[in-house]
Design a protein around this ligand. Structure first.
Ligand SMILES: [Ca+2]
Ligand SMILES: [Ca+2]
Ligand SMILES: [Ca+2]
Length: 506
């Protein structure tokens, strides 16, 4: 996203954020189980009310509650916390737990998050260098994305990084943001072992605190030991501040010099010398292993063909459908999109969490698309015209490679646009989502395409048909009717950019 768009995006988030202040989260979600309690409040599992009762399709989210009275220095920190949550909503990366919705009232902030199904990094320790590098490279990519978007994690450690599931080859997901607000509250040895020296003092810190924490995490992944270990937190703090640690001994036998070089450039008290997240991502040890790990996990041909078909079809989809698909993609759980994430990772060669046109061209070179087709497809996926395909944009364009979307997903997308639950999407609702990027005439046109009974608004059935009605498009592909792209992709929409907030209807 460009800076201007980012501002616009954030502006609409701020609005929504405060508009939501009185909604009770438990009017929309049922408690499934109490998961755990952290410093600032409970983390629970919840499921949408009225969702399917079948256990296999139960959609479960994590609900993290922050009791504001536990946030230190309340006046100052609450504002900081709001800023942090605002920034979090804009993060979009395969290795970062997604924040879906935020509910705010005077006592609590409730954050509705992607569920973490797997256990934390401790669960699979010790690691080989190869496994350590694989995890490190995903973490480096995630943290670089955060820092690029102005988000500092503040609490990176083994307990805040999870596997996406408990099976083999699980990717990692960075979770438990918002540590900034808890600075200076609880500080047992278990929660400070990965903290940077400057984070243990009063005063403001910058993104480099996360880079130090990554140095500690890489160290632990490689050696199975904590670099600054002590039973009592007082002694641990002293050790961290002296930054005395060892890269020799049995645990380090056979570990490459590249790995040691990276760790040594992160565990530096002098922040002007410490590597930034960008430098970590570009470090030879990370780059080498990222490439090596990608090569050993070839993708299924059938899936790739389905992805190509889905991309081809997405280009010809109406804007309304793209809007719906982006909303669905935003709220998809790991389980549903695991295969698509792997395709995304394989195309994102630079491993920065977005796909640019050069990567896209290279990644889809196998597919037999012409360069012009690729350019058109790229443009159709890049709905916010940022010049980069973000993770959610890619998922939206490839979701149907998994087959038809289940009806309750389509219903969820409809409900997200039909904010007041009236059962219709009308011009004012579309304008509130797309108004920044579409003219009034364009919105009329979007409605007209779906509005089969010509009453000027889109019912749920009409919306559903937009998703299911592929007959015309398939017919066009075999040459029976006019190319339907004339309806949707014509010059009227040349400047169209789908700059909406998928959370806005929640
Ligand atoms: Ca990239
Ligand atoms: Ca984009
Ligand atoms: Ca209608």
């Amino acid at each position: 996203m460009t800076t201007a768009m980012m501002e616009q995006f954030n502006a609409s988030l701020t609005e929504n954020f405060f508009q939501e202040s009185t909604t009770d989260v438990f009017e929309k979600y049922d408690l499934v189980e109490e998961a755990r309690i952290d410093e600032l409040g409970p983390i629970r599992k919840v499921t949408p009310k009225d969702s399917s009762t079948s256990v296999t399709s139960l959609r479960v989210y994590s609900l993290k509650t922050i009791h504001l009275n536990r946030v230190s220095r309340i006046d100052l920190q609450q504002e900081e916390l709001r800023q942090e949550i605002k920034a979090l909503k804009a993060l979009d990366h395969p290795n970062i737990i997604k924040l879906y919705e935020v509910y705010y009232n005077e006592e609590d902030i409730h954050m509705l998050l992607e569920e973490t199904k797997g256990d934390d990094l401790y669960s699979r320790s010790p690691y080989t260098e190869r496994q350590a590098a694989n995890i490190s490279s995903q973490l480096a990519s995630a943290v670089a994305h955060m820092h690029e978007n102005g988000v500092i994690h503040h609490a990176l450690r083994f307990e805040t990084i999870f596997f996406e599931h408990n099976g083999a080859n699980a990717a990692i997901k960075v979770a438990d943001f918002g540590g900034g607000a808890s600075q200076g509250t609880v500080s047992g040895a278990r929660s400070i072992y990965a903290k940077a020296p400057e984070a243990l003092e009063e005063g403001s810190v910058n993104a480099l605190v996360d880079c130090w924490s990554m140095g500690v995490i890489f160290y632990m992944l490689l050696s199975g030991q904590i670099p600054f270990y002590a039973q009592r937190s007082k002694n641990m703090i002293a050790k961290i501040k002296r930054a005395k640690y060892s890269l020799s001994g049995q645990a380090w036998d056979g570990i490459s010099n590249g790995a040691k070089h990276l760790v040594a450039n992160l565990l530096l008290v002098d922040t002007t010398k410490r590597y930034t997240s960008k430098q970590i991502l570009d470090h030879i040890w990370i780059r080498k292993w990222t490439a090596a790990c990608a090569e050993t996990a070839p993708l299924d041909d059938q899936l790739l063909t389905a992805v190509d078909d889905s991309l081809r079809q997405y280009r010809q989809s109406s804007i309304l459908k793209k809007l719906g698909l982006n909303i669905i993609a935003h709220k998809s759980t790991t389980q549903e999109i695991i295969a698509l994430r792997k395709v995304f990772d394989s195309i994102d060669k630079s491993h920065n969490g977005t796909v640019d046109f050069a990567e896209f061209k290279q990644g889809l070179g196998r597919s037999g698309f012409t360069e012009q087709e690729l350019a058109q497809i790229f443009e159709s996926i890049d709905v916010d015209h940022s010049g980069q395909i973000q993770y959610t944009e890619f998922l939206a364009a490839t979701l149907e490679a998994r087959g038809y979307l289940e009806e309750d997903r389509i219903a969820e997308a409809f409900a997200a646009i039909d904010r007041d639950g009236s059962g219709f999407i009308d011009k004012s609702k579309l304008t509130s989502i797309l108004g920044q990027s579409c003219t009034s005439e364009q919105i009329d046109e979007i409605i007209k395409i779906a509005d089969k009974n010509n009453d000027g608004k889109i019912s749920y059935d009409e919306f559903f048909d937009v998703f299911r009605d592929q007959t015309m498009i398939l017919a066009a592909q075999i040459g029976e009717v006019d190319e339907p792209t004339d309806l949707y992709d014509d010059d009227d929409f040349a400047d169209f950019s789908l700059d909406f907030d998928p959370n806005s209807g929640m």
